[in-house]
Structure formats: structure tokens, C-alpha cells
Design a protein around this ligand. Structure first.
Ligand SMILES: O=C(O)CC1=CCC(=O)O1
Length: 96
């Protein structure tokens, strides 16, 4: 199942810079592992925002929920999710 996810990061302005750097490094490590596993298909910065558009390929809504909750930055993100399905006019044979 494909999910389009918008993540907007809102770190507290008074967060300790070392804590923020650790959260970002941990987030990057997990994000790159999930990309290597093929679960986090796309990760795009939204220009001009501390936010991203991502596409996840996961087995279920439950797996999406668990994956998002594991993200180190989860407590500091606003997350919007939309499920994706094939468009009848799409010329692409697969969904990649
Ligand atoms: O910077 C972001 O948009 C949040 C984020 C997601 C994966 C990552 O490494 O950072």
C-alpha cells in the first residue's frame, strides 16, 4: 500500500542544539534504513519549509502508524497522511 505523507517539523525554539542534532542524526539513520528496505520510497524537501513530502510503501495502515511513531522527530512533527491508489488514466504499468 502506498501512502503520501507530509511531515512538518516543529522543533521548540529553545531546544538544546545538541539534542536537536542528535534527533536529526537518529532520524536520518532510520530514514535511510527504511529507504534501503524499500519502505520509504520518496523523501522530498518542500522548498522553503522545514517539511517533507514522502511516499511510503507498507503492508498496512497499522505498519504506517507504527513506522511514523518510531521516527525520532515524531513528537515534533505535524503529519498528514493520504492513501494512494492507481489513477485510471495513469500510463504507468507499475506503481513505482
Ligand atoms: O527534515 C525532515 O523533513 C524530517 C526528516 C525526515 C527524514 C529525515 O531524515 O528528516
Amino acid at each position: 500500500m502506498l501512502f503520501h505523507v507530509k511531515m512538518t517539523v516543529k522543533l521548540p525554539v529553545d531546544m538544546d542544539p545538541a539534542q536537536a542534532a542528535k534527533l536529526k542524526a537518529d532520524e536520518k539513520e532510520l530514514a535511510q534504513r527504511l529507504q534501503r528496505e524499500g519502505k520509504w520510497r520518496h523523501l522530498w524537501r518542500i522548498a522553503g519549509h522545514y517539511a517533507n513530502y514522502s511516499v511510503f510503501d507498507l503492508a498496512s495502515v497499522e505498519e504506517l502508524h507504527d513506522t511514523l511513531m518510531q521516527l525520532p522527530l515524531f513528537p515534533y512533527m505535524e503529519i498528514e497522511v493520504n492513501g494512494l491508489c492507481r489513477h485510471p488514466s495513469s500510463i504507468h504499468q507499475d506503481d513505482r
